[in-house]
Design a protein around this ligand. Structure first.
Ligand SMILES: Nc1ncnc2c1ncn2[C@@H]1O[C@H](COP(=O)(O)OP(=O)(O)OP(=O)(O)O)[C@@H](O)[C@H]1O
Ligand SMILES: [Mg+2]
Length: 229
């Protein structure tokens, strides 16, 4: 497989990988801290007692986020001096971990990886994997309320305008009929959109009765190369 390098008009300076890794990990832990604190506030406000399933989802979500931070730590600690990361193997490792954290006898899950591999700057990795984690947590909670086994698809390709498209889909029931974008957002959607903005990217959402698909578009300047499938 060939790597097709992109030529950037203004390439970003290569950061010191160790300093960048520490910075990213500290950021992610701060985000995890805020997420858990916000969930505590939500729990305190809820009038009715929590069901077993709700408690399980809360704890599974925390486990999945901690596991993602651990994987992020591992990825960033291994980045070569050019600061370039090949995404595909890491996405596979992270989805394996997410399945281990989130799947249970009542909700099985299988992940399909498709498309090309892509080399990105290390500073792109953290927002990408945190978005992936939130999408998986949501899919486990909402995609199949009846417990039908869930299939997640992670796909990657280069758009005609040169941007990288990372698409993450579930095969569930889609967003609720009365869902109002921007209004019915919980913490997850807010976090995902602010991470996408941090990337200088765009997060699009497409819902149907065949499932929910997120397309994360990374700017051309974030992509160092693409391995053809
Ligand atoms: N995969 C999905 N399938 C169907 N509906 C979904 C899916 N993901 C999200 N939703 C809907 O979008 C809403 C907003 O999701 P969001 O992640 O912002 O909040 P949440 O998961 O309800 O709470 P939090 O993320 O704060 O724990 C959800 O409440 C749910 O109704
Ligand atoms: Mg959520």
């Amino acid at each position: 497989m060939d790597i097709l390098p992109f030529k950037h008009p203004h390439p970003a300076p290569v950061p010191d990988p160790i300093a960048e890794a520490h910075h990213r990990i500290a950021n992610s832990l701060a985000l995890l801290f805020s997420t858990v604190r916000m969930q505590t506030v939500t729990v305190k406000k809820k009038a009715e007692p929590f069901s077993n399933a709700e408690v399980r989802h809360l704890l599974d979500g925390v486990a999945a986020r901690i596991g993602t931070m651990g994987q992020l730590h591992r990825i960033l600690s291994r980045v070569s001096s050019d600061g370039v990361v090949s995404l595909r193997p890491h996405l596979e490792e992270i989805t394996d971990m997410l399945v281990a954290a989130l799947a249970c006898p009542e909700q099985q899950v299988r992940v399909v990886h498709d498309g090309c591999d892509c080399q990105v700057e290390m500073r792109q990795v953290q927002p990408v994997v945190l978005i992936l984690c939130e999408i998986f947590i949501n899919a486990m909670k909402y995609a199949h309320p009846t417990g039908v086994p869930l299939v997640m698809t992670v796909d990657c390709w280069r758009a005609p305008d040169g941007r990288l498209v990372l698409s993450i889909s579930d095969d569930g029931i889609g967003l609720p009929e009365n869902f109002a974008p921007g209004k019915n957002h919980g913490l997850g959607f807010k976090v995902m959109h602010s991470l996408a903005a941090e990337l200088g990217g765009e997060l699009q959402m497409q819902s149907s009765e065949m499932g929910l698909t997120f397309s994360l578009l990374l700017p051309v300047t974030a992509v160092v190369g693409i391995k053809l499938a």
